[in-house]
Write a new protein. Structure first.
Lengths: 656, 152
């Protein structure tokens, strides 16, 4: 152990949690030394900054002389609640009142390890580590107070920002201890609270950013405003991987407010004084595109070829066989893609609503021909991610534009740009063929990929998998004349069977329903970790028109940090999944995405929102993640309910 | 370029803009009031909603020239300190997820409650139908509107 906490240091912790479990958690004990940033003044809304910082025992937290805890959010917030969860974990073990918590967002910074926010793993990866970070800091404050009181630190306790003397009378505010704590040695051992002593974890706490959001002060990527900044809109070839042969910008340059037209390798940026002028300028641009080899690409052709190929398989006699289809899907985040970039002082500084700041850093470094340490990545709040913002394309092109300017530039994607230049959820065609004399969980043979750019889309392959498998289980049940619930309880056991039973019970499985209405059940464990079962109740009101009236959800995600947020993520997953299950799909013809805005990529609306009831299974298991897990089971639950209502089996998405 | 005198959140502004420039971009880029969000640009998602003489209006398709002399309220001007009953209800019902559409949701709800202080679920559905939320906070929005109705 080193004496100086300002020195880069690692400590090994032996914690008391989990019945003698040895925790080897490494905390970087040095005070953050931010890279040299020549950040221009942000004009306009900014988050409230905490007062002067006096003590930072590790890279995750600081406590100032007013006793304000500032935690560093090193993962990206896109609505899943990670900023709040990080703060809750630290605040719990440090033992401060929730209203003295502040949050700052980390830059892209390798000291935080991989900062990619994806795969629903932020809480499961850091559940213990962040508690340890708080517990170590708390122990240091206790040691300082005990030393001053000349008493045994082990006899002192803490409560909401105070160290309490063993006499139960004297107390010392954290803020009054931080200057001495800064001179303390970082302890090698700190104990974690017993869950029965939790004051913050397990409580329903709204998003920390909510007050800023409902007053319009929260800063998303598009809200970054810098002095002298310009705005750019980019013309991209409508065909995937296409480029341009030539362009005529005469009319563009005549648009008032347009400053400059910048040709990049395969696209053209229109730079203007405001976003509107940039949009008008781009509309006026005449481009001769070079559509390249994808000019005839058609998603229908690709799908039909896959079906033909899969249908050639000769199923064994007596097998039950089915093909399930699901289309490409866009992410359609409410905040379209955007990035603000500023090349100055040998740096490229970017403000990006990104799920992967370090990928942005690498992409910008490469685009700007700079070393990574010359690229500063500020992470803003994200107006919806769903995997789209794991990509760095929007930051790369913003950096390319910024490198040609001496002022900051915000590259704005219109909704049409966003819907047509996505990395889509892959289309999938799945083939199932199973004997019926022995029942087991079916496995599909999938065809996907093809030539359209694809990427992670909330729950990735789990969406199509759950659709095929859970619908096919119902087909098996139907062929065997068995109840879909009973068959599932034979196929699944343990935590899986538990959530299936719970959802069915709460939904009143088996009770009669009105004509034209039906109940459908589905279960899926996304990434194999979080168990989610849904019972959907639907009414098929007119030909093909499916109305989802109620969804009963049962979830086992291990211990919960913020139980109400578990329910929120289930509601969210259901709505996200219903948009794909019932309404929106991305199709490609002549190499172009055929949809462009919310009229042809329609997302679920208020009047289509089912009543959602969420039952969370109490658990002492490790937390297993929630951001994506609500999506996969909804489409099969609805398709199975449509079968129950109509006797018609739906093997394609959107269900209609 | 013409100039326009605007009344936004009790402040008088004079802006120089093209006549057809939508109010959205005047607010966001010229006045740097970024609480009003850009979502679709065609008046379909409601994210850009502001109140014009109390009416919920899609600022992305409202030319600046059409709002001179009218009283414009954006999310920044709804209350001094976030204590409007609708803002409070939004926090109490833990509505927000990513939050991007919420300024538009809040202002549409404010306008609904002005006209109909005790809306039913179906009143809420029709009034809020065209304000899109990709995170799926609709159920909580319904609850928050009922709560605001009770507390107002």
């Amino acid at each position: 152990m080193k004496d100086q906490i300002t020195r880069r240091d690692f400590i090994k912790l032996v914690g008391a949690a989990g019945g003698g479990l040895v925790l080897a958690v490494y905390l970087d004990a040095c005070v953050p030394s931010a890279p040299k940033v020549v950040t221009p003044t942000i004009v306009g809304p900014t988050s409230t900054l905490p007062p002067a910082i006096t003590w930072a025992p590790n890279i995750y937290l600081k406590v100032d002389e007013q006793g304000i805890l500032t935690v560093t959010a090193f993962r990206s917030e896109m609505g899943q609640g990670i900023r709040t969860a990080i703060a809750m974990l630290i605040a719990e073990e440090l033992d401060v009142a929730w209203d003295s918590v502040r949050i700052e967002q980390a830059l892209a910074d390798s000291r935080y390890g991989d900062q990619q926010t994806g795969g629903s793993v932020s809480v499961s990866s850091y559940y213990t580590g962040l508690r340890v970070a708080g517990a170590v800091a708390r122990q240091m404050l206790v040691n300082v107070a005990a030393q001053a009181w000349k008493t045994d630190a082990a006899q002192c306790r803490t409560e909401a920002g105070f160290v309490i003397h063993p006499d139960g009378q004297q107390k010392s505010a954290y803020g009054d201890l931080v200057d001495r704590a800064a001179e303390m040695k970082v302890p090698s051992i700190a104990s974690l609270k017993d869950p029965s002593d939790f004051r913050i974890l397990g409580k329903d706490i709204g998003h920390w950013d909510a007050p800023q959001i409902v007053t319009g002060k929260a800063v998303y990527g598009l809200d970054v405003r810098l002095q002298n900044m310009l705005f750019a809109v980019i013309a991209r070839c409508p065909v995937f991987d296409g480029t341009f042969d030539s362009y005529d910008d005469t009319a563009t340059k005549a648009v008032p407010g347009v400053r400059q037209v910048i040709a990049l390798e395969d696209r053209i940026a229109v730079v203007a004084e405001n976003t509107w002028a940039a949009i008008q300028g781009r509309n006026a641009l005449k481009v001769v595109w070079n559509e390249g080899s994808n000019a005839t690409l058609s998603s229908d052709d690709m799908k039909n070829a896959a079906i033909t190929q899969l249908a050639k398989a000769k199923p064994k006699e007596g097998n039950l066989t089915a093909i399930y289809e699901s289309p490409y899907e866009a992410h359609a985040t409410m905040e379209p893609m955007n990035c603000t970039a500023y090349a100055h002082d040998g740096l490229c500084e970017v403000w990006a609503p990104t799920q992967s700041p370090q990928d942005v850093q690498r992409a910008v470094a490469s685009a700007a021909n700079l070393r990574s340490d010359k690229v500063i990545v500020h992470v803003t709040l994200i107006g919806g991610g769903f995997g789209r913002r794991l990509q760095s394309d929007y930051a790369e092109e913003a950096a390319q534009v910024a490198m040609k300017l001496d002022v900051p530039v915000q590259v704005v994607w219109t909704r049409e740009d966003d819907i047509q230049h996505d990395f889509y959820h892959p289309m999938a065609v799945q083939y199932f063929s199973q004997p019926l004399d022995q029942v087991y969980i079916p496995g599909g043979l999938a065809r996907g990929g093809f030539s359209v750019p694809t990427g992670a889309w909330r729950s990735v392959e789990n969406f199509a998998q759950a659709y095929g498998v859970q619908c096919f289980i119902d087909e098996m049940a139907s062929a065997l004349k068995r109840d879909p619930l009973d068959l599932r309880l034979e196929l699944y056991s343990g935590r899986a069977a538990n959530v299936i039973k719970l959802a069915a019970e709460q939904a009143g499985w088996g009770q009669p329903m009105a004509a034209g209405e039906g109940r459908g059940l589905a279960y899926h464990a996304t990434f194999g970790v979080t168990h989610v079962a849904y019972v959907a109740e639907v009414a098929v009101v007119e030909t093909g028109k499916v109305r989802v009236k109620r969804v009963v959800a049962a979830v086992d995600c291990g211990q919960t940090v913020n139980p109400d947020n578990v329910a929120a993520q289930i509601e969210s997953g259901i709505v996200f999944g219903l948009t794909a299950a019932l309404k929106a799909q991305t199709t490609v013809k002549n190499g172009r995405v055929q949809q462009s805005n919310f009229f042809d990529y329609p997302i679920l609306q208020m009047s289509e929102m089912p009543l959602v009831e969420v039952y969370v299974v109490p658990s002492d298991q490790s937390p297993s993640g929630m951001g994506e897990m609500g999506v996969p089971p909804i489409a099969p639950a609805v398709a199975n309910a449509v079968f129950a209502a109509t006797g018609k089996r739906v093997r394609h998405i959107p269900i209609r | 370029m013409p100039t326009f005198d605007l009344q936004v959140n009790n402040h008088a502004y004079t802006v120089q803009a093209e006549e057809g420039m939508p109010l959205l971009w005047v607010l966001r880029d010229l006045l740097r009031l970024t609480g009003t969000k850009f979502g679709c640009g065609i008046g379909m998602c409601g994210t850009c909603t502001v109140l014009i003489d109390g009416e919920p209006t899609r600022s992305c398709i409202t030319p600046v020239s059409s709002v001179v002399g009218k009283y414009i309220v954006t999310i920044e001007g709804l209350s001094e300190d976030g204590t409007h009953p609708v803002q409070k209800a939004w926090e109490e019902e833990k509505v927000v997820q990513c939050g991007y559409c919420q300024p538009g949701q809040v202002l549409n709800a404010v306008a609904l409650l002005e006209k109909n202080p005790h809306p039913s679920d179906s009143d809420i559905d029709s009034a809020m139908q065209n304000v899109l939320c990709r995170c799926g906070t609709y159920q909580r929005i319904r609850k928050a509107i009922h709560r605001a109705a009770e507390e107002a």
